[in-house]
Design a protein around this ligand. Structure first.
Ligand SMILES: [Cu+2]
Length: 244
């Protein structure tokens, strides 16, 4: 009796899963996601304490005597590699940045957060100041057509907004008040990019069918590519970065 009930339940669950599967396949018919996990093997260099931050009384007040560290390699216990910028190489002229929701770059605890960000060409970047001290937002693009800006932002000051018309990898934002503050904003001329999360995972959504070169680019560990073909199903592309 018990057995047959379990069996019936199992079949029902299986049928429901099948139905969800069919619905998912139906939705994905016109485009598919490129998904993957990025892993770091080997031991990255130790992060350094940002000691100059503690010499600034406004900033030190937010840290209770313990300096924050750099975040050059954000790696989980099994090598889950965050902050890797994944994109489709050479895909241009596809930006929907003008109508995309703004990306947010905050200044919090005298650090930029996030420190690795990716946006589309023309997409607004809203820069906030969540601290009780003044910051100075200074972006220093190197690609022609992307404009340098240098703006004071007081505590409680209005958000600043920037956008960049040209693709650029790791466009630098710094703060002229606090010389340890950096963010690196990559600008793509398409919506087909992602930044790996703390689990090393990334999803590039709604990629039209075709052949692509997927590039995974980490500011310290360098870049790798893999070729993929997207049809009507999600495609998995995993990357492993190896440190000696
Ligand atoms: Cu600052």
């Amino acid at each position: 009796m018990n057995y047959s009930r379990t069996n019936w339940l199992g079949k029902t669950v299986a049928l429901a899963a099948l139905a969800i599967g069919i619905a998912g396949a139906w939705q994905a018919a016109s485009a598919a996601d490129i998904i993957g996990v990025i892993t770091l093997t080997g031991t990255p260099p130790a992060e350094k304490e940002i000691t100059p931050l503690m010499e600034n009384s406004d900033c030190a007040a937010m840290y209770n005597g313990k300096a924050p560290t750099t975040h050059f390699y954000v790696v989980g216990p099994k090598g889950e590699f965050a902050d890797v910028v994944v994109s489709l190489k050479g895909v241009t002229g596809k930006s929907t940045g003008v109508s995309a929701a703004p990306a947010v770059l905050d200044q919090k605890g005298c650090l930029y957060t996030p420190q690795i960000l990716a946006v589309q060409t023309g997409q607004k970047i809203t820069v906030k100041n969540s601290d009780n001290c003044v910051h100075n937002v200074h972006c220093t693009p190197t690609v022609a057509g992307n404009e340098e800006h240098n703006d004071v932002q007081m505590a409680g000051g209005a958000d600043l907004t920037y956008s960049f018309p040209q693709p650029e990898m790791f466009l630098r934002f710094k703060c002229d008040v606090h010389p340890w503050m950096f963010a690196w904003v990559s600008v793509f001329d398409s919506p087909y990019f992602a930044v790996s999360d703390k689990d090393g995972k990334f999803v590039i959504k709604n990629v039209p069918p075709g052949k692509y070169t997927v590039e995974a680019n980490h500011r310290k560990a360098g870049a790798q590519t893999q070729d993929v073909e997207v049809a009507d199903k999600d495609v998995t592309v995993n990357f492993t970065f190896a440190l000696k």
